[in-house]
Design a protein around this ligand. Structure first.
Ligand SMILES: C[S@@+](CC[C@H](N)C(=O)[O-])C[C@H]1O[C@@H](n2cnc3c(N)ncnc32)[C@H](O)[C@@H]1O
Length: 280
């Protein structure tokens, strides 16, 4: 993973799905065979190694390869299980969360623009009095970067400002929040339940901001139709304000909560394909 372009696996999804099929027998085993906690420091070391000007030793290269493999395994797990399962997965071994985030930051470092920065700027352009909920906050960069009061949620608390929970069930009061943010965090197979939770906690006319990996919304490549996704969210009780497709790696959706939810009909959610990363 280190040293090359971190490329989201949009084009290679079919190749990987073949690999996944080939490896599916071993999949359950792989999931059980979680990397040991010592690998966290290996991952950290390997991520530092690439920043030095010294050529990588064979051992360093092997460590980097191992940590990249761990990251990809955890990433795939998060995209293919429910939030509840992901919560127990990290509860069993919280060090996996750090391992995931070291790999995730390495991937992000290669993106021309990071979606969290766009959301930070959006918040800076709006009133600092808006109350924000960051669903799947990761290292809680959003809350550190704005003046707003931000309630940060993730499966593991990176620091004391984060509430560890499955974001399908946050401790927030109903109709208490002005802006709900999902920045690359609609990972679980039950992602509609996260959006339902956002609908519950948002005030009337509250904002729902979603940034997601572009390849997940590329219908020509097994991704969801963004219009169908948007329609499903509108049926949940929102109206679409805008969509931004201008970034290479991600798209942004901006919604506002409707005054009243008219019908409670069953919503036809599109499935969102996992965002897997290439081995390099
Ligand atoms: C790709 S990271 C993005 C982190 C951060 N939003 C950012 O943009 O840097 C997605 C985060 O969502 C979290 N997440 C995924 N499913 C979750 C769930 N059901 N409940 C809480 N957090 C979840 C993951 O643990 C991970 O930290």
């Amino acid at each position: 993973m280190k040293g090359g372009k971190a490329e989201v696996n949009s084009n290679s999804e079919s190749k990987n799905s073949k690999k996944r099929k080939r490896g599916s027998k071993n999949n359950e085993e792989d999931k059980k065979k979680k990397p040991s906690t010592t690998s966290v420091s290996q991952t950290r070391k390997s991520s530092n190694v690439g920043n030095s000007s010294k050529p990588l030793s064979f051992l360093d290269k092997m460590k980097a390869r191992l940590s990249g493999g761990h990251f990809r395994m955890i990433n795939e797990k998060l995209y293919t299980c429910s939030g509840e399962e992901a919560l127990s997965y990290f509860k069993e071994d919280p060090s996996l969360f750090n391992m995931y985030h070291v790999g995730y930051q390495e991937q992000m470092a290669n993106w021309p623009e990071q979606p969290v920065n766009i959301i930070i700027q959006w918040l800076k352009d709006h009133s600092p009095s808006l109350l924000v909920a960051d669903f799947g906050c990761g290292d809680a960069r959003l809350s550190r970067s704005v003046k707003n009061k931000v309630f940060s949620f993730d499966l593991v608390a990176h620091n004391s400002s984060v509430v560890a929970c499955d974001m399908a069930n946050t401790p927030l009061e109903s109709s208490s929040i002005d802006v709900a943010v999902f920045c690359l965090s609609l990972m679980g197979t039950n992602f509609p339940s996260y959006l339902r939770e956002a609908q519950r906690v948002l005030k009337q006319s509250g904002w729902l901001l979603i940034a997601e990996v572009k390849s997940r919304f590329d219908p020509t490549n097994g991704g969801a139709d963004p219009n169908r996704f948007s329609k499903a969210i509108c049926e949940l009780g929102f109206y679409s304000v805008s969509k931004d497709f201008s970034n290479k790696m991600f798209i942004l959706f901006y919604f506002k909560k409707k005054e009243k939810l008219k019908s409670k009909k069953e919503i036809d959610w599109p499935s969102l394909k996992p965002c897997l990363y290439k081995r390099r």
